[in-house]
Design a protein around this ligand. Structure first.
Ligand SMILES: *Cc1c(COP(=O)(O)O)cnc(C)c1O
Length: 366
């Protein structure tokens, strides 16, 4: 079986270093908000080029805490793209705000910035661009809208660790960047984890309070917060992996070029890379006609594939309750019917990739 991703192969390549790092945490006996979390926060802040990084328990919590730290709360409206992982909207709902959905650009799956102004009201507080699959959203247009209408920009960077937009790392461009260290992400832990990053001292202070019950001084909460911390073992794992992530992203980009050449002139539509954008291919997502038949043929040939995401945001149950209905966002709906992720991971062999290309071409040609 050729998998979508092979985390065991990655572990084998790091085993001695990783085992030593994890065992050192256990020997030290300091498990929550200790030296590895502080060091990782400093290392990631330097990597992304931001002033502050705050480790939290997951990417979803990074969005929840990032939104609240940026001042988003009950009754506010937040612009989100129609095609993304549910957590983007789930976090908005969790802080008591209302996700206001706009359709996506069918080439990049990022929110279509031309549709934002028509959806703004007096209650709109923020925009959440998602760098879906690892391709940067059009931040220049997003930031111009935010400046014009006094909105916060909270980047959902869960899928794009290491991507660049006109030379700057994604997550560092808006008011807040939200990272996920879910194991399958480009920088993934061995469990859940996330991070809030910002250049704003006030937002950073709020995020640090929100992750520990809303207090600065222990046992004296100043607001209702959470218990949402990145733990030391995950931080130790991530510090090892951070050293390799640029190399892995380069591998992903090289594999994507081989796919691009392999599928040229076929009915397989490959991902684009917009000018000024450096895609990090968290997922390699193509569009194919007759997707179910293609998936069945790949499965029979021993090749994994998957659909990210079968349901656009407005048709999920929590968003339907807000009035979402079939036909509202045609680009997102079409994407949910046609997109297919095929195997791409840094350790993938050239022979496996050639086999995937042959089988996908055979499948689309029937
Ligand atoms: C993974 C992901 C999240 C949530 O991250 P978790 O760490 O799984 O909570 C949020 N948004 C997007 C786009 C994601 O891909």
């Amino acid at each position: 079986m050729i998998p979508l991703l092979d985390l065991k192969a990655q572990y084998r390549s790091l085993q001695a270093e990783m085992d030593a790092a994890v065992c050192a945490v256990m020997a030290e006996g300091h498990f929550i908000l200790g030296p590895n979390v502080s060091a990782l926060e400093a290392e990631i802040a330097a990597y992304l080029g931001v002033r502050h990084a705050v480790g939290v328990a997951s990417g979803t919590d990074a969005l929840i805490i990032g939104l609240r730290a940026a001042g988003v709360g009950a009754g506010d409206e937040v612009i989100v793209p129609a095609y993304t992982f549910f957590a983007t909207a789930g976090a908005v709902l969790t802080v008591g705000a209302v996700p206001v959905i706009v359709d996506v650009d069918p080439r990049t799956y990022a929110l279509d910035t031309a549709q934002v102004e028509a959806r703004l009201t007096a209650r709109t507080r923020a925009i959440v661009p998602v760098h879906l699959y690892g391709h940067p959203a059009p931040m220049e247009a997003v930031l111009a809208l935010a400046r014009k209408h006094h909105l916060r920009v909270v980047e959902d960077n869960a899928q794009a660790f290491g991507a660049r937009y006109h030379g700057q790392r994604t997550a560092s461009l808006g008011d807040v960047g939200c990272l996920s260290f879910f194991p399958t992400k480009n920088l993934g832990g061995y469990g859940d984890g996330g991070m809030v990053v910002t250049n704003d001292d006030g937002i950073a202070e709020q995020a640090r309070m929100l992750r520990v019950h809303g207090w600065k001084r222990k046992y004296y909460p100043e607001m209702l917060g959470y218990n949402s911390r990145l733990d030391e073992i995950q931080a130790a794992v991530l510090r090892v992996k951070l050293k390799y992530v640029d190399g892995w992203n380069q591998q992903r980009r090289a594999l994507a070029e081989v796919y691009r050449a392999g599928f040229a002139g076929s009915p397989v539509s490959v991902p684009v890379e917009e000018p000024g954008c450096e895609h990090v291919y968290h997922l390699y997502v193509v569009r194919v006609p007759q997707r179910a038949a293609v998936q069945a043929r790949l499965k029979a040939a021993g090749i994994a594939s998957d659909v990210y995401y079968p349901q656009p945001l407005h048709l999920t149950q929590p968003c339907r309750q807000l009035g979402g209905a079939e036909g509202d966002f045609p680009q997102a709906e079409q994407a949910s019917r046609e997109t297919l992720a095929i195997p791409l991971y840094p350790e993938m062999s050239s022979a496996d990739q050639q086999q995937v290309i042959r089988e996908v071409l055979a499948a689309v040609r029937g």
